[in-house]
Design a protein around this ligand. Sequence first.
Ligand code: HOZ
Length: 430
Amino acid sequence: MNKSTSKSLFDNAKKHIPGGVNSPVRAFKAVGGEPLFIAAAKGAYMYDVDGNRFIDMINSWGPMVLGHTHEKIEKAVEKAIKTSLSFGAPSAAEVEIAELICSMMPSIEKVRMVNSGTEATMSAIRVARGFTGRDKIIKMEGCYHGHGDSFLIAAGSGAITMGTPDSPGVTEGTAKDTLLAPYNNLTVVQELINNNKDEIAAIILEPVAGNMGCVLPKEGYLEGLRNLCDAHGIILIFDEVMTGFRLAKGGAQERFGVTPDLTTMGKIIGGGMPVGAYGGKQEIMDFVSPQGPVYQAGTLSGNPIAMAAGLAMLHELNDNPSIYEQLEKTTTKLVAGYKKSLDELELDYTINQVGSMYSLFFTKEKVTDFESAKTCDTELFGKYFNEMLERGIYLAPSQYETLFVSTAITDELADEIINANHEALKVVGG
Ligand code: HOZ
């Protein structure tokens, strides 16, 4: 595969951008090799600057649930661009999208737009602290909630990949307010609550973890957290940046039937554009300025282009519920195809799947938390990633990420992916 233009761009990028990339996982450090620079994407495909074509299995880390440059979203953006690129003042689209989000996610009575998932989680925690008058939060090991200081403690995603789950630069004072529990472990959460009586403002987690690979909540886990929060006056926050509007219209909370107090959302509500949001119960959200005392603001919040893209995306999902069945069917087919190859080649593996999210872990352990995720053979994953890339399949460049299927993956493309997967596995493990 010709990578010469990507290579020279990367050489140049390293002179002016830390590590040559604007987000660490993209540097391909966890898989060996150098990043490809992307020139365009349409439907199921991404094209790099050297003219190579890939079936995209990341879909901008989730939001491109309808594939890239969906016609309706593209048209909505074209129309909005003619009005302005930014108002910094209220617009009708903000009202419409807020109403739509509240109707799709029933636990959300009021919602505030921000510009990224990181902003959403930082703001949600501040509101939870302001509302309860408490400082501490409980976070689950291996969950990733963006790069806010409070969350860079045993953090997943690029923080694991780069070996900095506890980042330098986070003060001891901040770190001591973040208490940790293993994912899927209610006993430790109960102990933390007992040992920090009336001090815990919030429990935050990804209801399906996507940043240590895809890890599902065990039966009763989310319900157990809900009960503990109710019993102790703690705010339950679901980080649905990945799962929101993807696992169901109403996200993981609809799929698993557990209602959080606050929800954080990300790029999918901007149709892939830089957007985030947090929302939840009215009595909590009314603590946000200017209604209440908790300050949070932003000129770009509710940006008209992002709102137009988000509205087009959410309307499409809201009006076509069969999309979710289609996504799950395709993903289940992929997973079945993978399993057949892995069994045939007698490789150690675990595959976790929920709806259109899945991960292939190179370990024979069940992956239910950060500890079990760490039993994976990451070296083997790196080889497998590169073999898949050679065969035109673009995976997330780390064992500790999730793959996201889009509606643009047809039955034929699914077969192509399964075949490529078989060939790649034969090379690395056969
Ligand atoms: N932290 C993101 C995935 N969990 C990756 C962000 C990016 O590189 O775009």
